[in-house]
Design a protein around this ligand. Structure first.
Ligand code: IMP
Ligand code: MG
Length: 173
C-alpha cells in the first residue's frame, strides 16, 4: 500500500471555508438542514457546518456502501434514515465524493419526495469521468482524476479515514 498526497490539509481547509461562505451567501435566512452521509462525510460536514453562518440542523443518513470493495455494487440501500421531517425545509446533502452518481441520484429523489423547499448537494470531491447517473451538484470542493482516494473521512475497507489530507491509495505499491 502506498499513499500519495493529492489535497493537503491547508487546501482542504481553505476550500471548505470558501464553500461555507458561498452557502452562507446563497441561502435565505432560516434554518438549513445539513444531511451528512455516513461515514465518509463526517469530517467534511463538521468543518463545513462551522463555516456556514446560518442556523443549521444536522442529521445523518447511512447508505449501503462499497464495503471492502473498490467498485460499486450498483445497489443502494438505506441503513439509517434521518429523524427529522423535511417538509418545507432547505436541505443540503453533504457527501464525501461523487463517483458513479448512483448513491446521490437515488438519495436526491428519495428526499425530494418528502416535500422539502429545496434539495441541493455539497460534495467534497467529484470524479466526473466515472459518472453513470446524472447528479446536479451545487457545491464541489475539488474535481479529481479517476484515482482511488482516502483520508479526511474517505476509507479503504474502513482504514485511513482519520488522515488529515486526501491521498491517492495504490494498493499494489
Ligand atoms: P457512487 O454512488 O458511485 O457515486 O459512490 C459514492 C460513494 O462511493 C462515496 O460515498 C464513497 O463512499 C465511495 N467512493 C467512491 N470513490 C471513492 C474513493 O476514491 N475513495 C473512497 N471511497 C470512494
Ligand atoms: Mg466508503
Amino acid at each position: 500500500m502506498s499513499l500519495t498526497t493529492l489535497i493537503s490539509e491547508e487546501q482542504l481547509q481553505n476550500r471548505v471555508r470558501e464553500i461555507g461562505a458561498q452557502i452562507t451567501a446563497d441561502y435565505p435566512d432560516g434554518t438549513l438542514y445539513l444531511i451528512g452521509i455516513l461515514k465518509g462525510a463526517c469530517f467534511f460536514l463538521a468543518d463545513l457546518a462551522r463555516n456556514i453562518e446560518r442556523d443549521a440542523f444536522i442529521d445523518f443518513m447511512a447508505i449501503s456502501s462499497y464495503g471492502a470493495e473498490k467498485t460499486s455494487s450498483g445497489e443502494v440501500r438505506i441503513i439509517k434514515d434521518i429523524d427529522i421531517s423535511l417538509e418545507g425545509a432547505d436541505v443540503l446533502i453533504v457527501e464525501d465524493i461523487i463517483d458513479s452518481g448512483v448513491t446521490l441520484n437515488y438519495l436526491t429523489n428519495l428526499l425530494q419526495a418528502r416535500k422539502p423547499r429545496s434539495v441541493r448537494i455539497a460534495a467534497l470531491l467529484d470524479k466526473p469521468e466515472r459518472r453513470k447517473r446524472h447528479v446536479d451538484v451545487a457545491y464541489v470542493g475539488f474535481r479529481i482524476p479517476d484515482e482511488f482516494v482516502v483520508g479526511y473521512g474517505l476509507d479503504y475497507a474502513e482504514r485511513y479515514r482519520n488522515l488529515k489530507e486526501v491521498c491517492i491509495l495504490d494498493p499494489d505499491a
